[in-house]
Design a protein around this ligand. Sequence first.
Ligand code: C5P
Length: 314
Amino acid sequence: MTATAGRDRASGTTARTLAQAKVNLFLRVLAREADGYHQLETLFCRLELGDDVAVRVGVGGRSLDCTGDTLPSPALGPMERNLAWRAAVSYADATGWPNDWAIEIVKRIPVGGGLGGGSADAGAVLRCLNRLAPSPLSDAELVALAAPLGADVPFLTTGDPLALGWGRGERLLALPPLPSRAVTLVCFPFGVPTPDAYRWLDGSKTVTPREARRLSIDALTTWDSVARLAHNDFEAVVAPRYPEIERVLDALRAGSARDRDQSAEAITLLAGSGATVFAVTSAPEEAMTMPHGTSVRFVHTRTASRVVAVGVSD
Ligand code: C5P
């Protein structure tokens, strides 16, 4: 990680990619550490849904521009706290390059929904900068830089569509992608604050900290076997506090149980700590009967078979 002198080799060039969202096909929260953070055991899976992220260097200043119809811009908060911005600062602090950048993000991933949108943007910025850098970091160094930015950022900095994650999400084992499946996201007009969700788990009498399991990789190679492991510890503490979420989870599960053809592989879970609920299903939206009076937005996507590469242009 060395500083570069003189003119940026990559001056005036732009790197761009798709910052793909994630879901956790299982998510178990294990021990709480002394500093308050929790150990995780999770199966990360990327979606085709993503934000467009472009990073230009050699622009004589530092800027972040974020557009998209999924959010009112105040939802992004101050620029210095934006994860994509912090990722660029981390890269520059660690490597001494670049001095300046212009980050442009077009949001499509629902904000605050547990789909890793902000983390995917941060991962995309790290990948873009590393593609342009005069002395790129190794994959392992890039993941190490991602880890302090949040539990989802390391996975979303890799080029892997599917991976087991442990620790705080920085210990990763890449897995071969599962066959691409349709995914329906049921998005609410509110989010669930992640720190609160962890706090509720800490205070919960029903969820107790557990040890990591011995997992067979064979159990992660088909949708049927993954469906048997599908679970999210956050549901036990989030759903009772958000009756709309509980009702949607119940309704989707009742629907897939009725449809025998789908039941073998149906996975319906809270995404991360919520609020989005996702269903790995090809059932059309009309077949998903929402509880009366529930205000939701549907987003249709698929699980990703690959992670979109970073492209470079002048
Ligand atoms: O990783 P992320 O930035 O989304 O985490 C938000 C908050 O969730 C952290 O500040 C912490 O309170 C909690 N957290 C945790 N253990 C983790 C990840 C997050 O307690 N492994």
